[in-house]
Design a protein around this ligand. Structure first.
Ligand code: PEP
Ligand code: MG
Length: 577
């Protein structure tokens, strides 16, 4: 019997494939006394070899997908397995205590982990060593227990991944050739895994709550990322129905693709800039393939997350230059300074444990505290500005003083580079993201000092509604169309225009078909979204009359509930399906 599981449609498309559960198996075991020490050492040896083979495969795959440096961590794991102090101590424990290999392994690894963690406060390197030992132990244990420890890099057939959650780094490792989609228990449409799925054009459903409990490894699945439905063990008829839906969607995409080289114009000829969001220079391919007009958000924190240490000025310069050159002289590139903190952590930069990391030490707050890191990034950016039209923005700005402090540091670094005779662009724009409600409410003051705003609705909605963007339990409160959010957005746009500044939006709302007509009516200048949403949005805009939408925007702002706004848009704009 087919079972239907519902979730939040997070990335469009239809996939049909077997389930691959990305979930750690139960690795509990009993301590046993053994008679045959040699046989036990043989089991251990075999588990070491199998683990080494896994790690070599994972390492090679990681080099392909993330580059040599990011793959280095797996070499570190291989080295743990080759370290005679570590392996010898386990063999000794088997011999001395006559215990099974699992127990000996656990004893020795616990000892090392405790030792390294004891030194970790003063030394990030030691924290990493503890993490390496923990990872390697898990792998060896899984082989001793004949269980499979799943890893995206070990996938070599077409699958749909089923996981409790996907971290941004899990998502970064996915190989589109084999991974046809993913389904998670938790998460929302604007969680980073969902955003990355859209960038990679992998259909995804998040927030199903029960997918990992309901679905067994190897179950046949249909994933309908258009409507947020999963069919478990579908019938042949159901498979062909969804095959047809996949084909229809492919036809629709082919139709949109005809607009690739067009400018984005409304039916009455008004131009809107339709840009794309990227996480790495590799995403440029998607920007160009989808005919985006520039980059409206480059999330530079992924450069830090994909690295084993703080990226140098030179490395950063190369990445920023590559993006500016790739986009070319006719369009702009908005690069956001690092937004580390919240769910985006760096293994080599331990941050204090916080009760509420999303309200804590993150983004521009971290940059203004760790000015050493911030200055390096700004220098790289300013140097790269010679290669295109660079707009720089600061994330999570809450007060004018934060913006002013960041701007002062920017000006100091710029002056130093000028004094050093370095060539820099002559028209760098400085702006802020509007993600904190306090900044939205004070937009008329900010507008007098910044060059542009980019409204980060992913966070702005979360902070305004006090509903975590990744928490499916409160996803009903995460309402982009709530009139309260629309009023904030409208005020930000109008404040920008009052002072002749540009109002952009780089949150996912910018590519949401219900929101787009309202935002056009409010006069938003630039819409930046996942590259894969650009063409469908351009198509929608080309059917709408921008002037007529001003009235729609006014009615939406004056509405009472999110549901009323959806009804209003569907009534007045039949082009929105
Ligand atoms: C946002 O908050 O809307 C945004 C674009 O930033 P991020 O999704 O990276 O938090
Ligand atoms: Mg944000």
């Amino acid at each position: 019997m087919t079972k239907e599981i519902k979730g939040i449609a997070a990335s469009n498309g239809v996939a049909i494939a077997k389930a691959y559960k990305l979930e750690d198996p139960d690795l509990s075991f009993d301590t046993r006394t053994i008679d045959d020490v040699q046989a036990e050492k043989g089991r251990l040896e075999a588990a070491f070899s199998a683990s080494k083979a896994d790690l070599e495969k994972i390492h090679d795959k990681a080099v392909e997908t993330m580059g040599e440096e990011a793959a280095e961590v797996f070499n570190a794991h291989i080295m743990v397995l080759a370290d005679p102090e570590f392996t010898g101590a386990i063999e000794q424990a088997i011999e001395n205590d006559s215990v099974n290999a699992e127990t000996a392994l656990k004893q020795v690894s616990d000892m090392y982990i405790t030792m390294f963690e004891g030194m970790a406060d003063s030394n990030a390197y030691m924290a990493e060593r503890a993490a390496d030992i923990r990872d390697v132990t898990k792998r060896v244990l899984s082989h001793l227990l004949n269980k499979t420890l799943p890893n995206p890099a070990l996938i070599d057939e077409e699958v749909i991944i089923v996981a409790h959650d996907m971290t941004p780094s899990d998502t970064a490792q996915l190989d589109r050739k084999y991974v046809k989609g993913f389904i998670t228990d938790i998460g929302g449409r604007t969680a980073h895994a969902a955003i990355m799925a859209r960038t990679l054009e992998i259909p995804a459903i998040v927030g199903t709550e029960t997918a990992t409990a309901d679905i067994a490894d190897g179950d046949m699945l249909v994933l309908d990322g258009l409507d947020g439905v999963v069919l478990q063990n579908p019938s042949d008829d159901e498979i062909s129905t969804y095959q047809q839906k996949a084909n229809d969607y492919a036809d629709q995409k082919a139709e949109w693709a005809k607009l690739k080289d067009e400018k984005t114009l409304s039916a009455d000829g008004q131009h809107f800039t339709l840009a794309a969001n990227i996480g790495t220079p590799k995403d440029l391919d998607g920007v160009l393939e989808n005919g985006a007009e520039g980059v409206g958000l480059y999330r530079t924190e992924f450069l830090y997350m994909d690295s084993q240490e703080l990226p140098s000025e030179e490395e950063q310069f190369e990445a920023y230059k590559q993006v500016l050159e790739g986009v070319g002289p006719d369009e702009n590139v908005t690069i956001r300074t690092m937004d580390i903190g919240g769910d985006k952590k760096l293994p080599y930069l331990p941050l204090p444990e916080e009760e509420n990391p999303f309200l804590g030490y993150r983004a521009v707050r971290l940059s203004l505290d760790r000015t050493d890191i911030f200055r390096t990034q700004l220098r790289a950016l300013i140097r790269a500005s010679a290669y295109g039209n660079l707009w720089i923005m600061f994330p999570m700005v809450a007060t004018l003083n934060e913006f002013r402090a960041a701007r002062d540091i920017f000006n100091e670094e710029k002056q130093k580079l000028v004094d050093e005779g370095v060539k820099i662009g002559d028209n760098i724009k400085l702006g802020i993201m509007i993600e904190v409600p306090a900044a939205a409410v004070l937009a008329d003051k900010f507008a007098q000092e910044v060059d542009f705003f980019s409204i980060g609705t992913n966070d702005l909605i979360g902070y305004s509604m006090a509903a975590d963007r990744g928490n499916d339990k409160v996803s009903y409160l995460y309402q982009p169309y709530n009139p309260s959010i629309l009023r904030l957005v409208n005020f930000v746009i109008k404040s920008a225009h009052k002072y002749g500044k540009i109002a952009a939006m780089c949150g996912e709302m910018a590519g949401d078909p219900i929101a787009v007509p309202i935002l056009m009516g409010m006069g938003l200048d630039e819409f930046s979204m996942s590259a894969t949403s650009v063409l469908s949005t351009r198509s929608l805009m080309s059917h709408l009359n921008a002037k007529d939408l001003e009235g729609l925007a006014e009615k939406a702002i004056d509405a009472e509930t999110s549901e009323d706004v959806v009804k209003l848009v569907k009534q007045e704009v039949p082009e929105v399906k």
